[in-house]
Design a protein around this ligand. Structure first.
Ligand code: UT7
Length: 329
């Protein structure tokens, strides 16, 4: 039987961050750094971090509940969670979120693509809807890098913050489809440039080591990787959608460094304001950064606006997609 092709639409967006704030001034007290250096090199003023008593579940559930609004969790068919800092290696964060939301019918799994995880997850979930397999999917990006940093390493600890962001997507008619194009990429040969090693277990003595090493990063390489791949990825998906890059109304890019956002704007010949930015308040929240920025900006979008989402990160991974914006209830 030939199925009619389906479309996908946004039905809700939500985000949540922990209440504890760490400012650049706080970091000055424990690191050889300065508010001036951090702001001028990254655009970050402060970041949110989970308390020792919290884990990623609290902010995940809050973000999902906001995205769900009045939707009954029993209507959700699928939960895909992008995270690289899970509280447990298993059960997955997605299964824990499913239980907390009482989304009893949903199939739930985690997807690991670091800071590009939300793009990979959104594209993955959308396939199930466009194929007609499922009707409603919740896509969450959540990371709590504060647990995996060496807080004495000024080259990484100033950059990251904790957060969660979620979208609810629904199957709709082919004519009302909002996901115009998407493209995801990987280059495993660059894996050593940004990594977080799991070193637990396996010691013949039976002695357990700590679970992970801290985040290792070649900042300059990742910077160059971002400013070269992101403009290409945006152009690629704009062309696939039958548009020119100048037709795009807003870019929601992974929030890693304000200088990266400004460089992308310059390469695209766009005014800086086209690139949504909230990095000064949250730092790099990894898989959460795109949905968090989306949640904070979508109220200024007009129906019909073309929104480009673009991410990059460890793997190496990168990807982009284009949404035709339509207000939801
Ligand atoms: O989700 C993806 C995750 N990662 C990224 O996107 C990272 C992309 N890369 C970056 O954002 C930038 O490369 C950083 C913000 C990480 C670093 O900025 P940079 O302009 O590339 O600085 P740098 O590493 O070249 O260091 C310049 C100087 C060095 O001193 P010398 O050798 O010139 O004397 C560093 O030791 O700045 C020094 N430095 C700092 N000084 C004060 C590095 N970190 C700090 C710091 N405070 N926190």
């Amino acid at each position: 039987m030939i199925e009619t092709p389906k479309g996908v639409r946004i039905a809700g967006i939500g985000s949540a961050t922990p209440s504890k704030v760490i400012s650049n001034r706080d970091l000055e007290k424990i690191l050889d750094t300065s508010d001036e250096w951090i702001k001028s090199r990254t655009g970050i003023s402060e970041r949110r971090v989970v308390e020792p008593s919290e884990d990623s579940l609290e902010i995940s559930v809050k973000a999902c509940q906001k995205a769900l609004g009045n939707t009954d969790p029993n209507e959700i068919d699928l939960i895909v969670v992008a995270t690289s800092t899970p509280d447990f290696l298993y059960p997955s964060t997605a299964c824990r979120v499913q239980a907390a939301l009482k989304a009893n019918r949903a199939a739930a799994f985690d997807l690991s693509a670091a800071c590009t995880g939300f793009i990979f997850s959104l594209v993955t979930a959308a396939q199930f809807l466009q194929l007609g397999t499922y009707r409603k999917a919740l896509v969450l990006g959540v990371d709590i890098h504060s647990r995996f940093l060496d807080w004495t390493d000024r080259s990484t600890s100033i950059l990251f913050g904790d957060g969660a962001g979620a979208v609810l997507i629904e199957q709709t008619s082919f004519e009302e489809n909002q996901l115009l194009s998407h493209s995801i990429h990987s280059d495993g040969s660059g894996g050593c440039d940004l990594s977080l090693k799991n070193v637990s277990g396996g010691y013949p003595s039976g002695k357990l080591n700590k679970q992970t090493e801290n985040v290792q990063m070649n900042g300059r390489k990742i910077y160059q990787f971002a400013v070269t791949t992101i403009p290409k990825a945006i152009e690629e998906t704009a062309t696939m959608a039958g548009h020119k890059p100048e037709d795009i109304n807003y870019l929601i890019c992974h929030q890693a460094n304000q200088r990266i956002l400004d460089s992308v704007a310059e390469k695209m010949n766009w005014p800086k304001e086209k690139c949504i930015s909230n990095i000064s308040k949250y730092g790099n929240t990894s898989a959460a950064s795109i949905p968090l920025a989306w949640d904070e900006s979508y109220k200024s979008f007009q129906n019909g606006d073309l929104i480009s989402l673009a991410g990059f990160g460890a793997g190496l991974t990168w990807g982009s997609l284009i949404w035709k914006w339509k207000e939801f209830n």
